[in-house]
Write a protein that binds this ligand. Structure first.
Ligand code: SF4
Ligand code: SF4
Length: 436
């Protein structure tokens, strides 16, 4: 099947003379090796909920020669797009890419793909238009800080508009914007730019501030370009390729025009998308459509540039630290996928946290199974997302850990609902708190 392959790069990237080779949906051997990693198959224990069955449906959609039943479409749409199936596949199936192609085709044909609700309609518009998102954040803050939140929850209005789930995920909104530059007061080693994407600036400020603090400590000035936009992942996975391509082009123009040593992202879900911005091999060959080698996960970059003389506080019982002895690491699927020749990155989280004196760092059991967040999937398919989340939280309880860390904002929001409220943080938040 792969006679023409010149080179194998990374865990699942295959390159021929014409660039990245992407197997077709029919290249699936139906061997079943991926079944043990598929969360929906684990949950429903049926062949209909397997990657190989979905690939058959994807093939029908892409090739368009056989009709797809509504049942097949339902099982396809149950997919969380975690791409765990790619990590074990001997045929190197690029499942995520094929899924996006099928979605794109259906979007162009006007086939409704997901269970939409008012939130997803508003959410897509806010993400596409940053000024609207900023205005929306001000309204959300007003809602959270006045009696409106209590009123809406009490009267059942949220439920009536199917907004209850989305509302329960929303952390306190930050209405101000980050500054454009944060200079270091250490010996300066250069500039880096921070990718904040769409919602992190307003809903995960503490992770961004912790990242800036740590990057300053290792000697870098941090730039936060205001013109940057969403990475485009949510739109791409919904088949909205034109919007996603436009977002990618804007980000590439914005970041590649800066005089910087690196582009740093904090959310691994965005990071995966940024890593997959493509180098054009077609008629625009040579045109820069990717970030090249300058893109880094924050945990990876901090490990690379950490200096041994940086002092971190030991546990301080007076500050309540005696309760924090063990941290469990949730490994988001987006950090475990070795996409486009880039190795997976979850090992950087362990390496970073092990710098904290006296802290025990353990993996959350069953990290190879998705938590169910999957971008908007947790909102559109709670009957799948919630049991998967509850299983993670049960593992967390049994692990005896005091805190759970995750590098993906979507997973953290999803896991922070239920009994784990406020027990899931980004690892850099923990590290920044320990700076002396
Ligand atoms: S491991 Fe790959 S080839 Fe085998 S069934 Fe899964 S997708 Fe198909
Ligand atoms: S992407 Fe995840 S949920 Fe979808 S088929 Fe693959 S393993 Fe299963």
């Amino acid at each position: 099947m792969f006679d023409f392959i010149d080179d194998f790069q990374g865990d699942n990237a295959i390159f021929s003379q014409n660039g990245l080779y992407i197997p077709e949906a029919t290249d699936c051997m139906r061997c079943g090796m991926c079944l043990s990693t598929c969360p929906t198959n684990k949950l429903f224990k049926t062949e209909a909920e397997t990657p190989r069955n979905r690939l058959r449906t994807i093939d029908k959609i892409i090739n368009g020669d056989t009709a797809v039943s509504s049942e097949e479409l339902t099982h396809l749409n149950n997919c969380i797009q975690c791409r765990a199936c790619e990590t074990l596949c001997p045929s190197k199936m690029q499942y995520g890419h094929l899924f996006d192609l099928a979605r794109e085709k259906h979007f162009q044909e006007g086939v409704p793909e997901r269970r939409g609700n008012l939130f997803s309609v508003i959410g897509f518009k806010l993400i596409e238009h940053k000024p609207l998102l900023h205005a929306g954040t001000v309204l959300i803050r007003l809602y959270q800080k006045t009696g409106l939140q209590f009123l809406f929850r009490k009267t059942g209005l949220l439920k009536a508009f199917k907004l209850d789930k989305a509302e329960s995920l929303m952390p306190e909104a930050e209405t101000s914007s980050l500054a454009g530059r944060y200079p270091t007061d250490k010996q300066r080693r250069g500039n880096v730019a921070l990718f904040t994407g769409c919602v992190s600036d307003h809903f995960d400020r503490k992770t961004l501030l912790a990242s800036i603090k740590l990057l300053n400590v290792i000697g870098f000035d941090v730039l936060v370009p205001k013109e940057q936009v969403c990475c485009g992942a949510i739109h791409r996975h919904q088949g909205k390729k034109t919007v996603a391509d436009k977002m990618a082009a804007t980000n590439i123009d914005v970041f590649n025009s800066l005089d910087i040593e690196a582009i740093i992202y904090t959310a691994s879900g965005c990071g995966l998308m940024l890593n997959e911005y493509e180098q054009d091999n077609g008629e625009n060959a040579g045109e820069q459509k990717s970030f090249g080698s300058g893109l880094h996960d924050i945990t990876e970059f901090l490990n690379l540039h950490w200096q041994d003389d940086i002092r971190l506080k030991d546990f301080d019982p007076k500050a309540g630290d005696e309760t924090l002895k063990t941290v469990a690491v949730h490994e988001p699927c987006s950090q475990r996928i070795a996409a486009h020749g880039h190795g997976n990155r979850h090992q950087h989280v362990y390496e970073l946290l092990e710098k904290i004196p006296g802290l025990t760092v353990i993996p959350l059991p069953e990290n190879h199974i998705c938590c169910g967040a999957g971008g908007v999937h947790m909102l559109t398919h709670p009957e799948i997302a919630d049991p998967l989340r509850n299983e993670k939280l049960a593992h967390f309880d049994q692990s005896g850990a005091d805190l759970l860390v995750s590098t993906n904002i979507g997973c953290a929001l999803h896991l922070n609902t239920g009994q784990a409220l406020n027990k899931v943080v980004h690892p850099v938040v923990l590290l920044a708190e320990k700076l002396t």
